[in-house]
Design a protein around this ligand. Sequence first.
Ligand code: K2U
Ligand code: ZN
Length: 175
Amino acid sequence: MTVRPILTAPDPRLKAVSTDVEKVDAEIRKLAEDMADSMYAADGIGLAAVQIGVPKRIIVMDLNQEEGDQKSGKKDWRAFINPKITWTSDEMATYEEGCLSVPEIYDDVDRPARIKAEYLDLNGKRIEIEADGMLATCLQHEMDHLEGVLFIDHLSRLKRAMLLKKLTKAKKMAG
Ligand code: K2U
Ligand code: ZN
């Protein structure tokens, strides 16, 4: 069990474009486990490796936590390695998003309602999925992280500037 600190904005490391995983080996599996431990410790339902300072194209997710399963202790996380979105619907969906790297800020973000994606699992096996609802939203949110993009980057310039000023002040206060 290794909980690692989650970077918070503003932090230039969160703007890194993450690089592909060359080989899904024991080191990558350990990193994914550390990511899952860190996600659960922060009450998240998803986490990208760059959020713990590792710019590798790895995401972990456990949408069961959204339904409050953490109370039953049921942990059923999944890793998405080198994920690619292969199709997006014209139909859009709006969710109030948050982010473990943008603490205490929530706002509506419009994203394609349905997507098709492919990725490698922890055994290096290629998986193809179709997703809608929270899985589609969360996967797109996490894949933004792999491009150095935060959900606040989808908001208006004015709102984003205000939020970054608030986050900068909060960081200074926290020392
Ligand atoms: O990237 C992250 O920090 C993980 C996000 C995943 C997420 C983003 C947008 C919409 C849903 C999930 C965190 O888990 S944010 C905390 C959270 C927890 C439950 C439901 C929604 C957001
Ligand atoms: Zn996030």
